[in-house]
Design a binder for this molecule. Structure first.
Ligand code: BES
Ligand code: ZN
Length: 883
């Protein structure tokens, strides 16, 4: 990587000197440069005079020297785009301060001072949605990771913990509700203005600060903790949205109870507030006692939200709640430790959702996300370990690797320790580090000590990037089955050589005749290669490996087709059954794309899939949720991942051809399933949800095989729908067809939901992700639709993320799809750089795509790189992608 390496000053802030020489190369922040901050901020008093266009902020910091840090004659306070209007030290105005880039440096002679800083900001002009911003007339904050510095000057780093007291004053009529972290300690009236004071007793880093002011209404409830504390729960939304908050509130109470039962964690304030905003870069934010949520993850009712949306609301509500312990009570020392809170909290929310619904279905869904998002990241130019070593812009490191692979790494420790011992390790972690800013190393050590596990070598999972490849071979002789396992961790940017890592694999050896095995076992592959022997097998057993996806690795093995068919039909581990189905399809499509296989062989592969899918459709031992998982063909991104260099066009065609053929071969069974599932009630119970899932999946096969018939069925499903799941599913199928019903139903949907932003987002997304051959043209004209805007991240993503995830359209051989995304990045970057940068990885995959398209993708990246005034976010992603 060709980036300027800039040293950091003792307080961990990079000097900006090199950046001036090379305007396009922002400083590189390195983990090894960590140094504690020279000052402690015992207390922080913030006084806000709020207005949409002008907000005055007075910050009073109570400072004392940090005895554990190097002594410094100054204090560096981070800022971004703000100026100090006043600087007072111990009550008196001081002139001993300078600006260094965006930061404010104040000279402090003594060991304890009180520093007062005044700034003024314009929330309405804040299109980046970081710091204090306006959304639909309300004011709200987003401070993680480095947004607090856009509000006031402060040591904006997660290891500086302070006790906050916040006073705010605002016009009553415009902002009747005033909220901040902690408890409301006083409020009062002052003519047409009013004010409120909030105090948060728990010391916290600045990234967890939050403030909200607006015209909001709340759904209120309460939860009594295991220790007997009665907590007031409020979910604040705009007037009119209240009746869509019930599911979020029920989810919150379930999450609070689950964390007590499963992790022994209790809530620690008298209030838990959630506020929903419609302009938000992320899904949600765990600010202490005052979570701020994207409306997408709060609002849900059966008419406007799909079953998937309901699950997502439950999962995100739980995730942010769980951060109260994994993130807030124990926070991160620096942003390199991000996975300490995010990976752990994702694992916690995954386990919660597993317990709330079908565990295997949740596991399969989580693995699907890992493979389609994290695996490509790990094998491309943006690969990084779950604890990175350096970054330019921290916003770019909220990745699937930090989150999802981070969760998998902790899940492996849990598998090796066993649930009970793992819980002891977690208890020890919370006990040791409560109130501290900790590191990933602290976490591993606590699990080691508490669970009684040796994780010496396992720590490599934190430092090595890349998805390990595990080669599996099973031999049989006499009564002995011999299993040879070997591993290889591929090179990644900056890490050419890797060491073998401990890989826990759950395995079972099946007796083919009886269809059973004599018990699952956990083997840990520690070395580059190991051989294991199993006695007592008169006939060659069938190996089921990486059951439950016990390790985030790729398995490579020679396995006979009839063994896969056997596992697809009989494995008692639902994940392994799913995996065998996927492998059957991946193998066949690989053969088709590679060519060169005799037609008979190819057809034998295809027939095996038909037989297996037919059995899935007829199997009455599984529920519909699981049936749906087994019916899903592997996604194109995952298929592309299987090849060293992929041809997206060939992969798309092969997959569509197979779908069409299966739809024809199993047409009657699929239609029968659709009919049976259509009789299920429009309720939220698992059986009804499962029915809706298989119903639309059946339609997708039929749409490929017999578009006219499927169009009629989809139109009927649309007309008869009493749930958004059915309606959206039908419309999704119609959007890919060229029939009169397509136009009619798209129009009907728009008119029916035109006043609901979240549903209109779906309307944009399903056209942008459709199988329709003119999807690109549709996106181009939707860009000019009256309801489209780049200023709202949900809307921008609804059109363009959906498009970037539509392989046929995005990878159009002409390169037009790439151009569309590059144009979007350039247009969005000055408005909202964080959101813009998130579109870069789609183009960054060029090295793994066939040469014609690769050149076009690279060309677009170069065009972006050549633009003047690129944000640090986008610059970093583009330069790393070009490599
Ligand atoms: N702490 C994050 C929110 C965040 C992300 C802030 C990136 C700043 C930058 C929050 O806990 C989170 O992880 N949210 C996820 C949803 C979650 C269920 C994985 C999100 O917003 O996507
Ligand atoms: Zn999180």
């Amino acid at each position: 990587m060709d980036i300027a390496r800039t040293p950091a000053t003792p307080d961990g802030n990079p000097e900006m000197a090199d950046a001036a020489v090379e305007p396009h190369a922002p400083a590189l922040i390195r983990r090894e440069d960590y140094a504690p901050f020279p000052w402690r901020v015992a207390a922080t008093h913030l006084d806000f005079d709020l207005g949409l266009e002008k907000t005055r902020v007075e910050a009073r910091l109570t400072l004392e020297r940090n005895p554990e840090a190097e002594r410094s004659p100054t204090i560096r306070l981070n800022g971004e785009g703000i100026r100090p209007l006043e600087v007072r030290c111990d009550g008196a105005s001081t002139s001993s301060h300078t600006m260094e880039g965006d930061d404010l440096i104040v000279t402090l002679p003594g060991d304890a001072h009180e520093l007062t800083l005044v700034t003024e900001i314009d929330p309405a002009a804040n299109s980046q949605l970081m710091g204090l911003f306006a959304s639909n007339g309300m004011l709200c904050t987003q401070c993680e990771a480095e947004g607090f510095r856009r509000i006031t000057f402060f040591p904006d780093r997660p290891d500086v913990l302070s006790v906050y007291t916040v006073r705010m004053r605002a016009p009553k009529a415009e902002f009747p509700v005033l909220l901040a972290n902690g408890n409301c300690t006083a409020e009062g009236d002052d003519g047409d203005h009013h004010w409120a004071e909030w105090h948060d007793p728990w010391p916290k880093p600045s990234y967890l600060f939050a403030l909200v002011a607006g015209d909001l209404v709340a759904r209120s409830d309460s939860f009594t903790t295991m220790g007997g504390r009665k907590v007031a729960l409020n979910i604040f939304v705009r007037d009119g949205d209240l009746d869509r908050t019930e599911h979020a509130m029920e989810s919150l109470k379930r999450a609070m109870a689950w964390d007590e039962q499963t992790f022994g964690r209790e809530y620690d304030l008298d209030i838990y507030n959630i506020v929903a905003v419609s302009d938000f870069n992320m899904g949600a934010m765990e600010n202490k006692g005052l979570n701020v949520f994207n409306t997408k993850y709060v609002l849900a009712d059966i008419d406007t939200a799909t079953d998937g949306d309901f699950d997502a609301v439950e999962g995100v509500i739980a995730h942010e709640y769980f951060h109260n312990w994994s993130g807030n009570r124990v926070t991160c020392r620096d942003w390199f430790q991000l996975s300490l809170k995010e990976g752990f909290t994702v694992l916690r929310d995954q386990l919660f959702s597993q317990d709330m619904g079908s565990a295997p279905v949740k596991r399969i869904g989580d693995v699907r996300v890992l493979r389609s998002v994290q695996f490509p990241e790990d094998s491309g130019p943006l690969a990084h370990p779950i604890r990175p070593d350096s970054y330019q812009e921290i916003s770019n490191f909220y990745t699937a690797t930090i989150y999802n692979k981070g969760a998998e790494v902790i899940r492996m420790m849990r598998s090796m320790a066993g649930e009970e011992a793992f819980r002891k390790g977690c208890d020890l972690y919370f006990e040791r580090h409560d109130g501290e800013a900790a590191t990933c190393e602290d976490f591993v050590t606590a699990i080691e000590d508490g669970a009684g596990l040796d994780l010496e070598r396992f720590r490599l999972w934190y430092s090595q990037a890349g998805t390990p490849r595990v080669t599996v071979a099973l031999a049989h002789e006499g009564e002995t089955a011999t299993l040879t396992l070997s591993q290889e961790v591929p090179p990644t940017p900056g890490q050419p050589d890797k060491q073998p890592m401990p890989i826990p694999l759950r395995i079972a050896l099946f007796d083919r005749d009886s269809g059973t095995h004599s018990g699952e076992q956990l083997v840990v592959l520690n070395e580059a290669s190991e051989t294991l022997r199993f006695e007592g097998f008169a006939a060659p057993p069938v190996l089921s490996v990486n059951r439950g996806f016990s390790a985030p690795v790729r398995i490579e093995r020679e396995i006979a087709r009839d063994e896969l068919t056997f596992l697809a039909a009989s494995d008692d581990d639902p994940f392994a059954r799913y995996e065998a189905m996927q492998d059957l399809v991946v193998g066949h499509l690989g053969d088709v794309v590679a060519g060169g296989l005799a037609a008979e062989e190819r057809e034998a592969g295809r027939d095996a899939i038909r037989t297996a899918l037919g059995a899935v459709l007829a199997d009455d031992r599984i529920d519909d949720q699981m049936r749906g998982e087994l019916m899903m063909l592997p996604g194109e991104t995952y298929l592309m991942e299987q090849a060293l260099v992929a041809d997206p066009g060939a992969i798309h065609n092969a997959r569509e051809t197979l779908k069409t053929w299966l739809g024809r071969e199993l047409g009657e069974e699929l239609a029968g399933l659709h009919e049976r599932a259509s009789r299920a009630p429009g309720t939220l119970d698992p059986a009804a949800q499962g029915a809706r899932k298989v119903k639309t999946l059946a339609l997708t096969y039929l749409a490929a095989a017999d578009p006219r018939r499927a169009s009629q069925m989809a139109a009927a499903q649309y007309d008869g729908a009493t749930t958004m799941t059915d309606r959206q599913g039908a419309l999704m199928v119609l959007a890919g067809l060229e029939t009169a019903d397509r136009t009619a139903k798209l129009l009907d949907f728009y008119n029916r939901y035109r006043s609901n932003d979240l549903v209109i987002d779906k309307w944009f997304a399903l056209q942008a992700s459709s199988l329709h051959p003119q999807a690109i043209e549709h996106v181009k004209s939707l860009r000019n639709h009256g309801d489209f805007t780049l200023r709202n991240p949900n809307r921008a993503r609804s059109l363009y993320m959906a498009f970037a995830g539509n392989p046929q359209a995005f990878h159009a051989a002409s390169g037009e799809g790439y151009r569309l995304i590059a144009d979007l990045i350039l247009e969005l970057d000055p408005i909202n750089s964080q959101t813009a940068a998130r579109f870069v990885p789609a183009l960054g995959r060029w090295r793994r795509i066939e040469p014609g398209r690769a050149a076009l993708m690279r060309g677009e990246l170069e065009r972006i790189a050549g633009a003047s005034q690129l944000s640090r976010d986008t610059f970093e992603q583009v330069s790393r992608s070009l490599g």
